[in-house]
Design a protein around this ligand. Structure first.
Ligand SMILES: Cc1cc2nc3c(=O)[nH]c(=O)nc-3n(C[C@H](O)[C@H](O)[C@H](O)COP(=O)(O)O)c2cc1C
Length: 184
């Protein structure tokens, strides 16, 4: 019997911006999207594309999803983070990479193709716990001189309390190219 290896897009999104990216890529590629909470089986997937939003530096659901995964030579892993901080700023990218390195097994971190996209946030829609976290973060930043804020801190303060949407589907292009290069 011949085993046909499928591809899978996994989506870990709390408020929908990572999901919007995942669904657009699904439309572009015909690869179906699974929610990370369904714990989809990854053993039969030739290409695993994970979209996860950033919460306090960590990627939602990623640690649990990849805990037991060992990639076979014919498998490919693509990780896409979605956050509020601008990934075009090198300092922000470095921070995200640093925390990914801590959350992923070393072999997966080495082998994965990693991309960073910008998401959205609407303070009106945040859960009470998230709203409190952001308020505490904002208060602690206000107590520091602004010259000491990181690029991420500045993005947080500039958008605090507002509704912002930086989702840009054009930023999916390098991801699409990467998947197609692999013959997906
Ligand atoms: C409590 C909280 C913590 C967050 N932490 C980060 C962070 O560390 N880095 C970042 O870039 N964005 C952070 N964000 C912003 C989210 O990553 C951003 O809104 C993202 O688009 C949410 O994705 P989702 O709509 O798919 O849930 C945070 C948002 C909240 C509410």
């Amino acid at each position: 019997m011949v085993t046909v290896m499928k591809h899978i897009i996994i989506c870990a999104s709390r408020y929908g911006s990572a999901r919007r990216y995942a669904e657009r890529l699904s439309e572009q590629t015909g690869i179906s999207v699974a929610d990370y909470r369904e714990a989809p089986s990854l053993t039969d997937s030739a290409c695993i594309i994970y979209f996860g939003s950033l919460y306090a530096g960590g990627v939602l659901g990623m640690k649990k999803t990849f805990r037991h995964l060992t990639l076979r030579p014919e498998q490919k892993l693509v990780i896409v983070t979605v956050g509020l901080a601008d990934p075009n700023i090198p300092e922000n990218r470095e921070n995200i990479r640093h925390s990914l390195e801590k959350q992923l097994p070393a072999d997966l971190y080495e082998e994965a193709a990693i991309f960073h996209l910008r998401g959205a946030m609407d303070y009106q829609k945040l859960s009470p716990a998230h709203r409190t976290m952001m308020a505490l973060l904002c208060r602690s930043l206000r107590s520091k001189p602004s010259e000491e804020w990181s690029a991420e801190d500045r993005a947080l303060m500039e958008t605090y309390g507002k509704q912002v949407d930086f989702v840009d589907f054009d930023s999916l292009k390098p991801i699409l190219e990467n998947i197609q290069e692999a013959g997906t």
